[in-house]
Design a protein around this ligand. Structure first.
Ligand code: SAH
Length: 402
């Protein structure tokens, strides 16, 4: 009897460790693996099986990562090939089209990793330009297929890469950015998101991006802006301020520790004809908020949109302290009846925990506060039900009663 080499090496899970994969969770950690057949190269497709050899999933192998396997499919039928990648990307793009997010001049997240069945792949669209992040060995393995599929489906003017360094490191991949297809536009590209005109500089070496996940939230928060004096803490390129000023805010104070971010904010404010009502402060937020509080300043609408304070389970405690501090300061700066929009983008901090932290902050500064709206991530950042890890952005819109 002739025995043919199996096309895909098998990776056998330990007995009892197939539970999460049966519930269609896309990650398998190194500790769940009993054995690996051969030496699959990084990103190669493997056949995940039970101790008795039954098929569980097709997955990409990441030899350097704690997340050793990321599943492509729980169905045995499809070949994991360029056609499979193309179909997944097409499905993801179609969903954005159905949401009305592919209109000319707009921007959206076209592919959101695991939630779109493409672990480790993120693709953003800024009008005619696409920016990819290949964040896992598996996504990196299929980069040519991804680029070809995007090119065929959308015929963009350019496809660039800005893979986030810290995540790639865990996957044993070096940081990468640069042009993959087409030509880099010489000037920043203008796009419209959440009703505001924005700019992105796609030039090589540019670190700038845009927080597309807040586009709709900026509009929601701006609904409270009429006649308001606004404080925009962690402003980045000023999205919340600009949205608020366009909806009738009187003025906005933007605070960010990055001078480059504030330069972009100024440019965008000018583009939206609101720059004359903005003031820009290049400072550390907690310090600056303390100063404002000590000089008895008050604001009608405050936005706190800090960077991720918690990146691992070990950081939850210190991160919570950080969130509590800034929320105490924010509430102290809020005039009676004013509105605070407070965000956390730490996946490790659940919305329940976040609410508790903010509630603690209100008690400590003796303010009566109500939640008037809950904000989350938009439809182009979906959360696949078996993968709650995809849910990271949460916001509370709060009103100080007294
Ligand atoms: N609100 C923004 C996004 C904020 S991203 C928007 O709508 O687009 C977080 C920002 O916090 C970044 O611009 C970063 O430069 C800034 N930042 C990080 N730590 C900071 C600190 N300690 N003080 C001030 N700004 C900080």
């Amino acid at each position: 009897m002739r025995q043919s080499m199996p096309k895909y090496p098998a990776v056998t899970l330990k007995a009892g460790r197939e539970k999460s994969i049966r519930r269609r969770h896309p990650w398998i950690f190194s500790g769940a693996i009993a054995g690996v057949e051969g030496r699959p190269e990084p990103g190669a497709t493997v056949r995940v099986v039970t101790p008795s050899g039954d098929f569980l999933a097709w997955a990409a192998y990441s030899p350097s990562s704690q997340i050793r396997l990321r599943t492509w499919s729980f169905d045995e039928k499809p070949d994991i090939d360029a056609g499979f990648i193309q179909r997944r990307i097409a499905r993801s793009v179609d969903k954005r089209r159905e949401l009305g997010l592919l209109g000319a001049g707009g921007a959206c997240r076209l592919v959101f990793g695991e939630s779109d069945g493409l672990p480790g792949l993120v693709v953003d669209r800024y009008d005619e330009h696409l920016v990819c992040q290949f964040l896992s060995a598996g996504a990196d393995y299929w980069r040519d297929a991804v680029i070809a599929a995007l090119n065929e489906l959308l015929s963009p003017q350019s496809i660039g890469e800005r893979s986030e360094a810290s995540v790639r490191q865990k996957e044993g991949l070096e940081s990468r950015r640069g042009l993959l297809r087409g030509a880099i536009p010489p000037a920043p590209v203008e796009f419209l998101a959440g009703g505001i005109r924005q700019l992105i500089d796609l030039g090589e070496g540019q670190k700038t991006g845009s927080y597309l996940d807040q586009s709709i939230n900026r509009l929601r928060v701006a609904a409270y802006a009429s006649g308001a004096k606004v404080l925009d803490a962690y402003s980045y390129s000023g999205g919340f301020s600009i949205a608020a000023l366009l909806k009738g805010a009187v003025n906005a104070t933007l605070i960010d520790s990055s001078a480059d971010a504030l330069k972009m904010a100024e440019q965008q404010a000018r583009l939206n004809s609101v720059a004359n009502r903005c003031s820009f402060t290049n400072a550390n937020v907690p310090e600056e908020l303390r100063k404002l509080r000590d000089s008895r300043q008050q604001f009608d609408l405050i936005v706190l949109d800090p960077p991720k304070f918690v990146s691992s389970a070990q950081q939850v405690k210190s991160g919570c302290r950080g969130y509590k501090d800034i929320n105490m300061l924010g509430l102290q700066l809020l005039r009676p009846g004013g509105v605070l929009a407070s965000f956390s983008c730490s996946g490790h901090v659940s919305s329940e925990l976040f609410q508790k932290i903010v509630a603690g902050a209100a008690i400590d500064v003796k303010r009566d506060v109500q939640i008037i709206e809950r904000l989350s991530q938009p439809a182009d950042h979906p959360v696949a039900l078996p993968f709650p890890e995809a849910e990271y952005l949460k916001g509370l819109v709060l009103r100080a009663v007294n």
